[in-house]
Structures are given as C-alpha cells and as structure tokens.
Design a protein around this ligand. Structure first.
Ligand code: SAM
Length: 390
C-alpha cells in the first residue's frame, strides 16, 4: 500500500480573524495529530499544524523550505474542507482484525455467491462504526455484513443488509414468562414473608424463588446466566447488553415488594442489575427494557436503517443529531454541511457533534472514551475493526 495516503484530518471553518481554523482530527488522540505532519493536501501543498486549543489549530504552510503561518481569516477561509493527508507508509501497521479505512477504498466487492457488486467508493465513519459505500449500497462494516476482507487480493465479500434481515422467529428469539407463585406450596400461593430485623414491606422467600428458578431452567445443561433485576445492581450498559445478546440467553428474575432474600441471590450466583437510579414497583418493566435492548442486537433483527454500530454508546460516544426533510422547518435550517454532499465534511461534523454532546451531557462517558483512546492508541476513524469481531 506504499504511496497511498490516509486522511488524518479535515480543515473546518475559520476561528477568529488571525487565520486559526477549526480542525477535525481523525487521529484517535487528537493531541497527537501534529506529530503525524507535515500533511499533504490533494493539490500538493504541505502543512504542519499546532493546536491552540481543543479543536482549533494554527496552520503553517511549507513552501520550498520556508514556513508561512496562515495568519488571516481570508487565507483560512480558502482552506475550508481541505483534507490533510499523510503517506500510508508513515503510519504504524494496523493490528490484527484492524484496517485503515483508506485501504478499504477501491476494493472490489462481491456477494457471497461471487456476484460482483462494484467497488468500495467511500468509507464513512461517524465515530460509532464505519460503513462502506459501494455504488448505491451503504453497508455497515460489521462481521455480519462484511464477512471477508482481503486487502492483498483487493476484495471484500459483502452481504447486503436487507438479505440478513430475518423474521424475529427465525432469529431464534423465544420468551417464556413464568409466574413465581406457581412455585408456592400453600393454598394462598404465598411467596413472601416479613423481613428479619423488622421494617416495612415484605421479602420474597429464598426457597420459593429457588424453586421458580429451577423450574425455569432446563437442568444442568442450561448455560444461560441468571439475572436479578434490582435498583441495587450494577447499572445496565450497552456493553453488558452486547454480551448478553451474544450469549445463550438469559433467565431474568423480577422482584416485587422489598425484594428477594439475599441468600438465593448469592447461592444461585444471580447477577444483580439495575436499569437506572430510580425505583420501580416491580422488576417486570425492567425486564422488558433488558429484553428489548438485547433482542434488537440479535443477528438479523436490525436492517441497515437501524444499524447498531452507529448508535449512542456503541463506540463510547453519544450519537450525533439527525435531520431529514424539509431542509427548513419553522425557520430552523438543517446544518449546511449536511446539504453539502461532501462526505468527509459530513463525517467530520457528525464526529465533532458526537464528541461535543458526549462532553457536555455525559462527562463520565467522555472521560471513559478519552481513557480508552489513550490506552488503545488507535488512530480513531483512520482504523476500524469490523464490528462483531471477537
Ligand atoms: N427495596 C428495594 C430497594 O430499595 O432497592 C426496591 C424494591 S422495588 C419496590 C421492587 C422490585 O422492583 C425490585 O425487587 C426489582 O426487581 C424491581 N426494580 C425496581 N427498580 C428497579 C431498577 N431501577 N432496576 C431494576 N429493577 C428494579
């Protein structure tokens, strides 16, 4: 791949009157971006950059060994949407199961039966998963949709998303609801008793809950983890949902009253999970939340229109905002960049919005995202693994 260039950033609108620019970095750690320079542009110019604050840079053009700082707004204006490229050979090798997005562009795409589908025209990455544009097809860069990538042979195998959408029943979903009272032994079908140590409310008995769990399980060959929904549990996250969805299924225990005797929770190794910092009257609505979050990730449930790869939490960022027609509604215009037809600029805007929203609304997620970036040292949107790779 020597001689190929990777887009490491794109210049945005001017900032102030002194030639500073907003700049979107495709490096996982934007702070490291200047170190990849000097950057080339498509028309053969060369630039270095220096961050002056987050997302705002000073550019210096290199001309015959001389350095010219971009020092006024007009010069900066002329650089809007200019892509900053570096030679592929200067970047570290991508790891196993990782690909530089630029290496995917131009690959010949084939359906699993060998039918040619065209070439990868563009790779979109909005910060939460990449998609390959192949003619009129937009294919999520996931294991399910792109099961084979052979850079050396210059080809990818693509399963168009609509072909992997199957009816929920075919996707192997099954839900069995059970009544814990069926495990009761008295004629009143009692499942609870007063708490030891006193206090308000009732507690569900361990022997009854245990019998109900045993009845729900298919014996020792049943490997499904069991979950107890409780406000005291670990808070449900998309990562946990992904893990559950990839597993053999779940046995979910819903509490009522004050909750369940702790001994059965411990004895049966129940994972205690909360859906949020509030108290419901029973675990059933929480079970529906958990169920819905898992089912939509099962293979074949979602089509291209609803790709899980581009959603909030999937890559540690909240999702960017969405807009559709009309372009102007009640005096509010869709952001110009979305109407520009410039894929790089759209990607840059979406990524910047995802980062801004995450930073503003969820400092906890933002801190975790930045930690992940520092620890993996990956080149952000310049590198992607097919989602779903183990
Ligand atoms: N005494 C419990 C406490 O303060 O932690 C609250 C019990 S709540 C009234 C009854 C049941 O609703 C719980 O056992 C649990 O199954 C369910 N539940 C309530 N809030 C929940 C939440 N945020 N996440 C998961 N389950 C919840």
């Amino acid at each position: 791949m020597a001689g190929r260039r990777i887009e490491m950033g794109v210049i945005g609108r001017p900032h102030g009157v002194r030639g500073l620019v907003h700049l979107h970095s495709y490096a996982a750690d934007p702070a490291a971006l200047p170190g990849y320079g000097p950057f080339e542009t498509e028309d053969g110019r060369r630039f270095t950059l220096r961050w002056v604050r987050t997302g705002v840079a000073e550019l210096t053009e290199l001309v015959d060994g001389d350095r010219h700082v971009v020092a006024d707004r007009n010069a900066a204006e002329r650089l809007v949407n200019v892509r900053l490229l570096v030679d592929r050979a200067r970047l570290p090798a991508a790891g196993a199961e990782e690909f530089y997005l630029a290496d995917l562009v131009g690959l010949a795409a084939f359906a699993p039966d060998g039918t040619p589908l065209g070439r990868v025209d563009t790779v979109h990455d909005y910060g939460a998963g990449a998609s390959l544009e192949i003619g009129a097809l937009l294919v999520p860069f996931t294991r399910a949709c792109v099961p084979e990538v052979d850079i050396a042979a210059g080809r990818v195998v693509v399963v168009p998303p609509h072909e992997i959408v199957v009816a929920p029943a075919e996707a192997g979903q099954a839900l069995e609801a059970r009544d814990i009272r069926a495990a009761a032994t008295d004629r009143h079908r009692t499942v609870d008793d007063t708490p030891f140590g006193g206090g308000a409310g009732m507690v569900m008995r361990p022997d009854i809950v245990d019998a109900a769990l045993a009845a729900a399980r298919g014996g020792s060959a049943d490997l499904r983890p069991a979950v107890f929904l409780t406000p005291r549990g670990r808070k449900l996250t998309q990562a946990m949902v992904r893990e559950f969805a990839a597993g053999p299924g779940l046995v979910v225990l819903c509490g009522r009253y004050e909750g369940i005797d702790q001994r059965v929770v411990e004895a049966r190794g129940l994972q205690e999970i909360s859906i949020g910092d509030y108290v419901l009257s029973g675990g059933e609505p929480a079970a529906i939340v958990l169920l819905d979050a898992c089912v939509r990730l099962l293979p074949g449930v979602m089509g291209a229109a609803e790709s899980a790869e581009e959603e909030s939490f999937s890559a540690g960022l909240l999702e960017y905002p969405h807009y559709t027609r009309p372009a102007e509604w009640q005096g509010r215009r869709v952001p110009d960049v979305l109407l520009s037809g410039h894929h790089g600029a759209v990607a840059a805007w979406r990524r910047a919005e995802a980062e801004r929203i995450t930073r503003e609304r969820r400092p906890d997620l933002w801190a975790a995202f930045q930690r992940g970036v520092r620890e993996t040292g990956l080149h952000g949107t310049a590198v992607a693994s097919p989602a779903g790779a183990s």
